[in-house]
Design a protein around this ligand. Structure first.
Ligand code: BYC
Length: 304
């Protein structure tokens, strides 16, 4: 049996591929791209929330937000470590991010304008991330799959944190409800576009499915997220900003309106409202943290 046949046999039998196993070059590159994109998303995703730490409306809200952001740093760390098992260093991945060769999730290029946006990010963005990540627990690469198991546990708490903020505001004063609705209006469409282009336009999906990296498609996951979230909006009396949203009895799921793919590709290509701000801030923080990395390395060497 050739190396390739053995590899495909493992994929067929749901046996995880491990770092030292033989793998096709395309599989390795695909994972390096996707896993580093995922890690960068966690790290860049700390910025829109970090914006609100000093302005959280209570000590309780502040402590919870801080804990959530720290979790995201941790998720970035697991994912960079898992991606490093594919033979590329963290420095290389970070260089690709800072030189804009690597992507991160489009959603983090939108600004967070009010406290209600912390609710919308947790509820919708983490909610969408969970749907995608629960599916990725079944991915064929062992270190990625195992990282997803732990990340999903923490992500559920994040989603609840966001939904709690939204429900408190939705049941609060008229102004608070209006703020919550406004946040939902601004974050709804970018959140459902997080799942990527429609299946027919998803260039990477063919290989991803063949190699068991993705086990469900962009459209399948998007639909699952919409079906869950519409009901949650109804419970707290908020309206999803889509006039075409309608329950389809036959399909057992919601029909929904057209997404603005021009906007999506503009954001993905670097022309969204906050792309420059996010990367420039990352570069600045990374430079300012040089002494911390140097000290950590010196300490590790001394103790080895
Ligand atoms: N944003 O062929 P496709 C979180 C790109 S963060 C930007 O469908 P694929 C959190 C795609 O890369 C959660 N780019 O690609 C943190 C490709 O371009 P390249 C982050 C996007 O890979 C803090 C091209 O479009 N989760 O949890 O099969 C606070 C064609 O797309 C996006 C992950 O990263 C996008 N939204 O499918 C709160 C999950 N969508 O690379 C929450 C891991 C597509 O060929 N990633 N593109 O130049 C995935 O599951 C998949 O990579 C995607 C895209 C579903 C995102």
């Amino acid at each position: 049996m050739s190396d390739l046949d053995k590899f495909l046999e493992k994929i067929k039998n749901n046996v995880k591929i491990e770092p030292k196993d033989w793998m096709p070059d395309g599989y390795r590159k695909h994972l390096q791209r996707q896993m580093s994109q995922h890690a960068h998303s966690e790290i860049i995703g700390m910025q829109p929330e970090g914006n609100w730490i000093t302005r959280a409306p209570s000590l309780r809200a502040k402590v919870i937000l801080l804990a959530k952001i720290q979790d995201e740093a941790g998720h970035g760390q697991y994912l960079y470590s898992a991606a490093e098992t594919l033979g590329k260093s963290r420095d290389e991945y970070i260089h690709e991010l800072q030189t804009r060769k690597a992507k991160y999730s489009s959603i983090f290029n939108y600004p967070t304008l009010t406290w209600a946006d912390m609710g919308a990010v947790g509820w919708l963005v983490d909610g969408a991330a969970i749907v995608n990540q629960v599916s990725l627990q079944k991915t064929s690469y062992g270190p990625y799959s195992r990282a997803m198991v732990r990340i999903c546990k923490e992500e559920s708490f994040h989603q609840r944190q966001g939904y709690e903020i939204m429900s408190q505001m939705a049941f609060g004063t008229a102004e608070q409800k209006e703020m919550a609705q406004d946040a939902l209006n601004r974050f709804w469409w970018p959140s459902i576009m997080m799942f990527g282009p429609h299946d027919a336009d998803s260039a990477r999906s063919g290989d991803a499915m063949k190699w068991g990296i993705k086990v469900e498609s962009n459209d399948e996951l998007r639909q699952r997220f919409i079906d869950k979230t519409v009901q949650q909006a109804e419970i707290i009396g908020l309206t999803i900003p889509d006039p075409d949203l309608k329950w389809n009895e036959e399909k057992g799921s919601y029909d929904f309106g057209k997404m603005d793919w021009d906007e999506f590709w503009q954001v993905v290509k670097g022309n969204g409202p906050c792309n420059d701000q996010r990367i420039n801030h990352h570069i600045k923080a990374h430079e300012e943290g040089t002494w911390v990395r140097e000290a950590a390395i010196a300490y590790a060497k001394k103790n080895n």
